[in-house]
Design a protein around this ligand. Structure first.
Ligand code: ADP
Ligand code: ZN
Ligand code: ZN
Length: 828
């Protein structure tokens, strides 16, 4: 008997799931947990929901509506994924719908407001439209070029329109429009193989004296063998071997009529496979890199550590060759037939790594991140669903949600990176921590890697919760770079400043360039100048919607708000005193680039920041040009600090260390040390002359700078952990921020105070604030923040219950209707 009811999660920030009925005519269709269904919601809307359960009884007191369409014949979400969604929703205090929304590419969760268009490549010869309604919808969309499903429904106003439109979508007659991303429709390739059950001997017998057929078969077998032979080192299972028809015919030098004859005789079989964009079609596989003695020891120790611990931290100084160790571990897991999830904090890093990994693992490497078009992401999702093959998935944080079947290992590179944390929108998750939970659900191991582990991570390693393996020398015994602190106060007093550069920095740069080596300059602000100001009356332009001053972008000749994106023209005269006295204050990457071309004329300079990397391939292009030595100098924001491997970089210049170490928050020490140590790690990564790091600062005696100078992680960590303990910060408490936002400042002040009071009644001294964050208004919403410091072992569900209660209690206040409330658990 088919179930009559389904419990469904919708891609909406709603705290519950919903129950729908399967109408009589669909009862024969299979449906179960992980299937997608189209369901009506509200008056006119519909959404793609995921079935999360098959309840036996309808919930009391609700009208139960019918499912409009069952989209799948098999589940598209695996059980561990649903389990993970629930964990994320519980831990990060958001709804499962929020997680669903973030986890699944939009092409798989059509809703009424999704734009669709007709698929120009659809094969109507093979799959004709089935009825009038389908025809009408097709013609309407073709005529309008692009429309939302709700607009189709409105226009045609016939029963079943939404369901039919969705059926056309799932058949590929209609596709989701992607105005901004490049469109990608799955390509099909025709392949040939021996007919099932046919042995080689039988095949040759059937061919008899037909020479050309014999050649074709021999070529096919040879191609198959050569692919089988392309085993990944240490692995028994052959790689997938689809022999593409056109390639086979070309190699064999035969016409397709020969193949047709052989298909007719039942020797060969023709079939199609979907080709994916990420398919690797390159060089033969390289072997595994040979490890140095210290690397080999580290590898052995990781294996030993996994005997006892599920999670191991590999602390390896910059350029110690952690990547080579990851490759060996991945190879071991793939060889066992399991999958590997390899996370990097920044999309920029996938470019260099993809090549390194593909050289060893070929088409087992699957890359996934948000710069892919939605269609490509859907392709990858489907490929993984169908596959139990040992694959290595390389991705940024959203890759934790992919439907992996047999996860054996999670590698989190640069685990300390704050970009693993999603700040907006919900789910506000840390992909490192979610990945560890995912690994646990699969019974898989986790390796966290970093030169500068997060304080929380090192604390757990120190206390035996995680295993700890250390690799404290660089590959080839290359020395860690020498750090020179340049006192900017002194330079200024001696009149040795030109713009943002001290003379010493320029001298060292010239020296480096003379030896034809490369330089990276790190400046943590993008744009031209972070602030502009009137010299006469000190007027500063501010965003109309946010409580921040505007950044000047010279290339665009405009002022920009980095919080809401609003742009304004740069006034030529001051609007306050009418004097033409507007001047730029401070330095962004654009201005640094400008100044460098004046100081070092004739030197080619590249810039890498958010503005220069908006296109899908721009990271790759910049990184590649710099690797190939097409420019001597790279200027960038924190994007240049992380994990990149350039062999000719000898010098790194940190132009404004103070901005990095004086961030007003409990993580400032950690963030500053990590950033400086990481950026200096880009210098002198090959033998030859020792790398040199120049750190410009107005506070040369700052303790963090002293630790960086000595490359003293332990010293920094001891100081940091002592402070965290003393002032009750993580890892000694769990931190939760409650954000409250409202358009009206006075209402917000009142509500935030009330909120904090109510929380205090339940949680007492664990509640701090409300405070104004440093940017106290964004996009016309005023912001207050309440901080909760919760015992580490407190129950997640209990906290969730208390917060929910507070929210409900306050809801009787009419002003709450326009109030935005959300939580940030384990803030970065
Ligand atoms: P990390 O990730 O620890 O900063 P990498 O893995 O990027 O360091 O290694 C630094 C450099 O040393 C890279 O260019 C890498 O190719 C090289 N290297 C490290 N280990 C080996 C090895 N075993 N064989 C050859 N080259 C290596
Ligand atoms: Zn703004
Ligand atoms: Zn003025």
């Amino acid at each position: 008997m088919t179930n009559e009811l389904v419990e469904v999660v919708l891609p909406l920030p709603l705290p519950t799931t919903f129950t729908y009925r399967i109408p009589g005519e669909m009862r024969g269709q299979p449906v179960g947990v992980g299937f997608r269904v189209i369901v009506p919601f509200g008056k006119k809307k519909f959404y793609t929901g995921i079935v999360t359960g098959l309840p036996l009884h309808p919930p009391a007191g609700f009208e139960i509506r019918d499912v409009a369409l069952i989209l799948d014949e098999t589940p598209v979400i695996r059980h561990p994924q649903l389990q993970l969604w629930n964990w994320v929703a519980d831990y990060y205090l958001c709804s499962v719908g929020d997680v669903y929304k973030a986890a699944v590419p939009s092409g798989m969760k059509m809703e009424s407001e999704t734009f669709v268009e007709v698929n120009p490549d659809f094969d109507f010869g093979r799959f004709p439209l089935k009825n009038d309604l389908e025809n009408e919808i097709y013609q309407l969309v073709e005529h309008e070029e692009q429309m939302t499903v709700s607009a189709i429904v409105k226009k045609l106003d016939r029963r079943g329109t939404a369901a039919t439109a969705n059926r056309l979508l799932s058949r590929g007659v209609l596709i989701v429009s992607e105005k901004l991303v490049e469109r990608y429709v799955t390509k099909k390739q025709t392949c040939l193989r021996m007919a099932p059950g046919m042995t080689e001997a039988e095949a040759f017998q059937l061919i008899g004296a037909a020479r050309k057929q014999e050649t074709l078969l021999l070529t096919l077998l040879a191609m198959q063998r050569s692919r089988d032979g392309r085993k990944s080192p240490g692995d028994e299972a052959p790689l997938p071997r689809h022999i593409v028809k056109s390639e086979l015919l070309e190699r064999a030098g035969t016409a397709s009529s020969i193949a047709a004859a052989m298909i007719k005789k039942g020797i060969l079989e023709q079939y199609t496979v979907e080709v994916n964009r990420f398919r690797y079609d390159g060089a033969p596989l390289a072997g595994l890199p040979a490890l140095s003695q210290p690397q080999q020891e580290a590898l052995d120790n990781i294996h030993l550590s996994w005997k006892e611990k599920d999670v191991t931290l590999l602390q390896g100084v910059t350029s110690s060759g952690k990547t080579e160790i990851y490759i060996h571990l991945a190879n071991y897991i793939l060889g066992r037939g399991d999958q590997v999830l390899y996370l990097v904090p920044e999309i920029a890093l996938t470019a260099q790594l993809t090549r390194r990994l593909q050289a060893v693992f070929g088409d087992r490497v699957v890359v996934y991140h948000s710069k892919f078009s939605d269609n490509e992401r859907v392709d990858i999702w489907k490929k993984l669903l169908d596959s139990r093959e040992p694959l290595l998935i390389l991705g940024a944080r959203s890759a934790v949600f992919l439907p992996l079947a047999k996860l054996g290992l999670v590698i989190v590179d640069e685990e300390h990176e704050s970009s693993y944390k999603q700040f907006d929108p919900a789910p506000r998750y840390n992909a490192r921590d979610v990945a560890m939970v995912l690994a646990r659900f699969h019974g898989a191991k986790t390796l966290l890697g970093s030169a500068t582990p997060a304080v929380e991570t090192f604390y757990k390693a120190e206390n035996g919760k995680f295993g700890l393996v250390r690799l404290m020398q660089r590959y080839n015994n290359v020395e860690l770079p020498e750090i020179e602190i340049v006192d900017m106060k002194e330079a200024r007093a001696r009149k040795e400043l030109s713009g943002t550069f001290a003379r010493r920095t320029v001298d060292l740069a010239l020296d480096t360039l003379r030896r034809d080596r490369q330089i990276i300059f790190f400046q943590n602000r993008r744009g031209y100048a972070p602030v502009v100001r009137c010299r006469q009356c000190a007027w500063v332009p501010r965003c109309e919607h946010c409580d921040v001053s505007l950044t000047y972008h010279r290339a665009l000749r405009q002022l920009q708000c980095h919080y809401c994106g609003a742009v304004y023209p740069l006034p030529t005269v001051c609007p306050q005193c009418k004097e033409p006295a507007i001047e730029e204050i401070g330095y962004g990457t654009e201005r640094v680039e400008d100044e460098l071309s004046a100081l070092l004329p004739g030197k080619s300079i590249l810039r890498m920041d958010l503005d220069s990397t908006r296109n899908k391939h721009s990271y790759e292009q910049i990184i590649e040009s710099f690797s190939e030595g097409k420019a001597r100098i790279l200027v960038g924001t924190q994007m240049v600090t992380k994990g990149l491997d350039f062999k000719d970089v000898e010098m790194v210049g940190v132009l404004n260390a103070d901005a990095v170490i004086n961030y007003p928050d409990f993580r400032s020490g950690e963030r500053g040390f990590n950033m400086l140590e990481q950026v200096s790690g880009r210098a002198g990564r090959r033998d030859g002359s020792r790398g040199k790091v120049v750190v410009q600062t107005y506070e040369p005696t700052h303790p963090i700078l002293q630790f960086v100078r000595q490359h003293d992680y332990e010293g920094y960590y001891r100081r940091e952990i002592a402070q965290r303990q003393r002032f009750f910060y993580p890892p000694f408490v769990r931190l939760i921020y409650v954000y409250i936002k409202h358009r009206d400042a006075a209402t917000l002040r009142r509500l935030a105070a009330l909120y904090a009071d109510n929380l205090r009644q339940l949680l007492g001294g664990r509640v701090f604030g409300p405070d104004e964050p440093s940017v106290a208004r964004v996009q016309n919403l005023y912001i207050r923040r309440i901080m909760l410091k919760i015992e580490v072992n407190a129950s997640v569900s209990r906290i969730k219950e208390l917060l929910r209660q507070t929210y409900i209690d306050l809801h009787s206040d009419p002003a709450m209707k326009q109030t935005v409330v959300y939580y940030d658990v384990d803030p970065q």
